[in-house]
Design a protein around this ligand. Structure first.
Ligand SMILES: C[S@@+](CC[C@H](N)C(=O)[O-])C[C@H]1O[C@@H](n2cnc3c(N)ncnc32)[C@H](O)[C@@H]1O
Length: 193
């Protein structure tokens, strides 16, 4: 499966802002593998942007229920959520909000939380702490193995979380894929207890 052409409408007429996945064969295979390994029925995504990852997840698994959150710092975000609502119906839900304000009880309704929102160290820490409280079976952490600039080292932050007694997750697999801004890496984590 290759969804590059099918996703073109998501960027049509909009300026390029922040990065997103490129849904080529390799990325679609990666998402298929993640869904097969986890048998997720529903996903909570932190960080929708143009909607490429949401579109790809829901196209690869035609039964998947997907809820995206975004603070909507870009104009295209809300517009594209309307397109995805038309395309995917009630399998897709969108909430304009910061993940930092999300009630952990709500987040606990999902099999997997996909973290791809605030990339500052503090913001990523808050999202990982949300997972500690919500205890989804799986966490998918984007931009895992990258140097994001400034003093942001997601891998180092994750290494710190893996030493914490209350972080009951273990790494399952790293996935390399193509994003608009670089070759990128996602890490799948599974709850241990
Ligand atoms: C890298 S983009 C997401 C890319 C998308 N997952 C994809 O690959 O198609 C990051 C997005 O996270 C959003 N964001 C930043 N901080 C957030 C937060 N605290 N809660 C929810 N969304 C946030 C930004 O507005 C931006 O649209």
């Amino acid at each position: 499966m290759n969804l590059v052409d099918e996703c073109k409408f998501l960027r049509d007429g909009w300026p390029y802002e922040e990065g997103h996945i490129i849904p080529d064969d390799r990325t679609c295979r990666m998402i298929h593998t993640i869904l097969k390994l986890t048998r997720c029925k529903n996903v909570l995504e932190i960080g929708f942007n143009y909607g490429h990852s949401a579109f790809t997840f829901m196209t690869v698994d035609t039964n998947l229920v997907y809820h995206s959150l975004d603070i909507c710092k870009y104009e295209h975000t809300l517009v594209n959520t309307d397109h995805l609502k038309v395309k995917f119906g009630n399998r897709f839900e969108f909430t304009k909000m910061s993940s930092h304000d999300l009630d952990p009880a709500k987040a606990s309704e999902y099999d997997m939380i996909f973290i791809d929102g605030d990339h500052e160290t503090e913001g990523m820490s808050k999202d990982l702490n949300l997972c500690i409280q919500a205890q989804p079976k799986y966490i998918l952490l984007d931009d895992y193995n990258s140097f994001m600039g400034g003093d942001i080292y997601p891998k180092k932050l994750l290494r710190h979380f893996l030493t914490k007694d209350d972080f009951n997750y273990r790494p399952v697999q790293e996935f390399i894929y193509r994003a608009t801004d670089m070759t990128n890496c996602m890490l799948l984590l599974e709850r241990t207890g």
